[in-house]
Design a protein around this ligand. Structure first.
Ligand code: NAI
Ligand code: SF4
Length: 442
C-alpha cells in the first residue's frame, strides 16, 4: 500500500469537523510553525521539501514564495486557487469537501510564512456546496483561536475569505483570478509583472493551488527532508490524481510519486484496470490541456524505459513522445473511444472559454473547432488535417495566457499520434460518426 500524507485521515468519521481533526493531530503543524519554526523556518522546510505547484505548472513553491516582494507598509496576500476547472480534474474538490481543516491549516502556515494577514480562497462557482463547508471550518478555526487577531498568542493576525467564481474556466489563470477577485471581468494580465510583485490590488501576492497549500501541513509535520523520500528526483512527496474515463475504479487517489503508470492503471489499489476488459487505447495524464499519449508511449517512454507517475517521466521525450503530469487529471480511453470526437469536445470547450483578448486564441480556437466539426461530421477534406496543424502552431506561444497553448497542444498531439484516425474519418464520411477507428494503430 502506498503511504499517504494528505488523505491518510480522510476515512475518519467526522474529520470534516474541528474537534475530530484536532484530536487526530490537526493543527500540530500550525503550532510548530507559529511557535517554533517562525516564517523563515517554514520557508526553509518548504524549500527543502522540493514541493512543486500542484495546479498544473509544477513551479517550485519555495522559490515562488521567496519571490514575494516586501516593500514597507504594503500588504501581502495569499490567494488559494480553488477554481479547479481543468476537464478531468477533481482532486481539490475532494480535499475541500472532506478535509477542509487541512486546507485551512495549510493556509494559516503559508500566510504566516509569507507575512500575509488576509487570505482568499477563490472557488469555482460550480462547486456550489463547498463554500459552506469551508466557511464552517473557518468559523470553527476562528472560534478555537487559529484565525483572527493574535493567533494562539503569537501576535500574528489572519482572516480567510471565501470568494465564489461565476463559472469561467479562465478565472483559474492566476491573473484572471486576481482581476475577478477585484470585481472585474476575469481577463488575464500580461506577465511580468508576476503576482509575487504586483498581484491583488497591485500588492505582492502568492497564488497557490489547494493541494499545494494543503501539502504544506505534512511538510511541516514531518520536515522537508522526510517529505522528499515519498517521491523521486524532482517529483517529491505525494500527489493527488483524479482518475476517470474507461477504468474500473474512477476516483481520487493519493500516490507516492515513485510508481509506474502501468501500476497506477492496472493495480487494484488504484484504477483497477480497463473497464469491461477492453484494451487501453490512449490517456491524457494531466488534465485536458496536456498532450494525449497512445498506449505504447504511455506505459513506456520512447527510450523503452518504464513511464513513471512523475513530472520528469511523463514529460520525457518532450511533446514529440511525452506529455505532462499537469494537474493530475488522468483521463483513460479504451479501444472504443474516438480521438477525433474527443479532440473536438476539448476544442469546443477552449473556444467557449477563451476570454477573447488575443486574436490567435479567440479566432484560432473557433477555427479549430469548425475544422474538427467538419472532420467528425463527415464533411472534412484531407487538407483540413494540415490546416488544423497549421492553426494550432500559430496559436502556441502567441497568446497572453496559457489557455491558447492549452487549446493548441491537444490538437497537435492528436494529429501527431493519431493522424491515421483523422484520415480514416475523412476517407469514410458515411461512417465518421457511427463507427470508431478503434485500435488500428497497434
Ligand atoms: P506558469 O508556468 O506561467 O506559472 C507558474 C507559477 O509560477 C505562477 O504562479 C507564476 O506567477 C509563477 N512564476 C513563474 N515565473 C516567475 C517569476 N519569474 N517570478 C515570480 N513568479 C513566477 O503557469 P500557470 O499559468 O500558473 O499555470 C498553467 C498550468 O495550469 C497549466 O500547465 C495547466 O496544466 C494548469 N491548469 C490547471 C487547471 C486546474 O483546474 N487545476 C486549469 C487550467 C490550467
Ligand atoms: Fe484570453 Fe485566450 Fe488570450 Fe488567454 S490566450 S488572454 S484566454 S484570448
Amino acid at each position: 500500500m502506498g503511504r499517504k500524507l494528505l488523505l491518510d485521515k480522510a476515512h475518519i468519521e467526522g474529520i470534516r469537523y474541528y474537534d475530530t481533526y484536532r484530536s487526530n493531530g490537526g493543527y500540530a503543524a500550525a503550532e510548530k510553525a507559529l511557535k517554533t519554526l517562525g516564517p523563515d523556518g517554514v520557508l526553509d522546510e518548504v524549500k527543502k521539501s522540493g514541493l512543486r505547484g500542484r495546479g498544473g505548472a509544477g513551479f517550485p513553491t519555495g522559490l515562488k514564495w521567496s519571490f514575494i516582494a516586501k516593500p514597507e507598509g504594503v500588504p501581502r496576500y495569499l490567494v488559494c486557487n480553488a477554481d479547479e476547472s481543468e476537464p478531468g480534474t477533481f482532486k481539490d474538490r475532494y480535499l475541500m469537501e472532506f478535509i477542509p481543516h487541512l486546507l485551512i491549516e495549510g493556509l494559516l502556515i503559508s500566510s504566516f510564512a509569507l507575512g500575509a494577514n488576509s487570505c482568499y480562497i477563490y472557488i469555482r462557482g460550480e462547486y456550489a456546496w463547498i463554500p459552506d463547508i469551508l466557511e464552517q471550518a473557518i468559523a470553527e478555526a476562528k472560534n478555537k483561536g487559529w484565525l483572527g487577531k493574535n493567533i494562539q498568542g503569537t501576535g500574528f493576525d489572519l482572516e480567510i475569505y471565501v470568494q465564489r467564481g461565476a463559472g469561467a474556466y479562465i478565472c483559474g489563470e492566476e491573473t484572471a483570478l486576481i482581476e475577478s477577485l477585484e470585481g472585474k471581468r476575469g481577463n488575464p494580465r500580461i506577465k511580468p509583472p508576476f503576482p509575487a510583485v504586483k498581484g491583488l490590488w497591485q500588492s505582492p501576492t502568492v497564488v497557490n493551488n489547494v493541494e499545494t497549500l494543503a501539502a504544506v501541513v505534512p511538510i511541516i509535520n514531518i520536515g522537508g527532508d522526510e517529505y522528499i523520500k515519498y517521491g523521486t528526483g524532482k517529483s517529491t512527496g505525494t500527489k493527488l490524481i483524479s482518475a476517470c474515463g474507461n477504468i474500473n475504479k474512477p476516483g481520487v487517489y493519493e500516490i507516492e510519486m515513485n510508481i509506474s503508470v502501468e501500476e497506477f492503471i492496472y493495480s487494484d489499489e488504484y484504477c483497477g484496470g480497463i473497464k469491461n476488459n477492453k484494451r487501453l487505447k490512449a490517456c491524457i495524464p494531466g488534465g485536458s490541456s496536456v498532450p494525449v499519449l497512445p498506449a505504447n508511449l504511455l506505459l513506456k517512454t520512447a527510450k523503452g524505459e518504464t513511464r513513471m507517475m512523475t513530472y520528469e517521466s511523463l514529460a520525457d521525450g518532450g511533446f514529440a513522445t511525452g506529455s505532462m503530469l499537469g494537474s493530475g487529471g488522468f483521463i483513460v480511453m479504451d479501444e472504443d473511444q474516438c480521438i477525433v470526437r474527443n479532440t473536438l469536445t476539448f476544442a469546443r470547450f477552449y473556444h467557449h472559454e477563451s476570454c477573447g483578448q488575443c486574436s490567435p486564441c479567440r479566432e484560432g480556437t473557433g477555427w479549430m473547432k469548425k475544422v474538427l466539426q467538419n472532420i467528425e461530421y463527415g464533411k472534412g477534406k484531407m487538407s483540413d488535417i494540415d490546416l488544423l496543424w497549421d492553426i494550432q502552431r500559430k496559436i502556441e506561444g502567441n497568446t497572453i495566457c496559457p489557455l491558447g497553448d492549452a487549446a493548441a497542444w491537444p490538437v497537435a498531439a492528436a494529429i501527431r499520434h493519431f493522424r491515421d484516425e483523422f484520415e480514416w474519418h475523412v476517407a469514410n464520411p458515411q461512417e465518421s460518426q457511427t463507427r470508431n477507428f478503434g485500435l488500428a494503430h497497434y
